[in-house]
Design a protein around this ligand. Structure first.
Ligand SMILES: [Zn+2]
Length: 141
């Protein structure tokens, strides 16, 4: 079983929303990590931090820091990787608030997150197109 290629198109589309206005944006990268991949990466990084910390015990002076910093850093990064179910990068689209094309820093395949427009600093809700409600369903009030 191979994972779907990261370029799988529908996942790279997002809906940007600000109040009543919506626009669409496309991400350069939208990758989903399966459970096995997350656990392998997270535990691998933790083990690497412990191994490096243990290896540096023999280094004079440096071991005062590396002995705890490397395992602690590996643990923190490992927990982060375990909790990271998807990665989205390079999301570009028109801001629904000001209409300027921009690059939005935060997005997730898991659900709606808030991003800030780099042009007008408005808060914009970023939702994967697959999870966004169909605009045809909403009756105009
Ligand atoms: Zn804007």
């Amino acid at each position: 079983m191979a994972d779907a290629p990261p370029s799988a198109d529908p996942e790279t589309w997002f809906v940007l929303r600000h109040g009543e206005a919506t626009t669409s944006a496309q991400a350069e990268v939208a990758v989903r990590y399966g459970d096995a991949a997350r656990i392998a990466r997270g535990v691998g990084v933790m083990a690497l931090g412990l191994a490096l910390g243990a290896a540096c015990v023999v280094v004079p002076v440096l071991h005062l820091i590396t002995t705890w910093a490397l395992p602690a850093g590996g643990l923190a990064l490992g927990v982060y990787l375990l909790n990271t179910r998807s990665k989205v990068a390079g999301l570009r689209g028109e801001c629904p608030a000001c209409g300027e094309p921009g690059r939005f820093a935060s997005a997730s395949l898991e659900g709606t997150v808030e991003a800030v427009c780099p042009a007008c600093f408005a808060f914009v809700q970023v939702t994967p197109a697959a999870l966004a409600p169909d605009p045809g369903d909403a009756a105009p009030g």
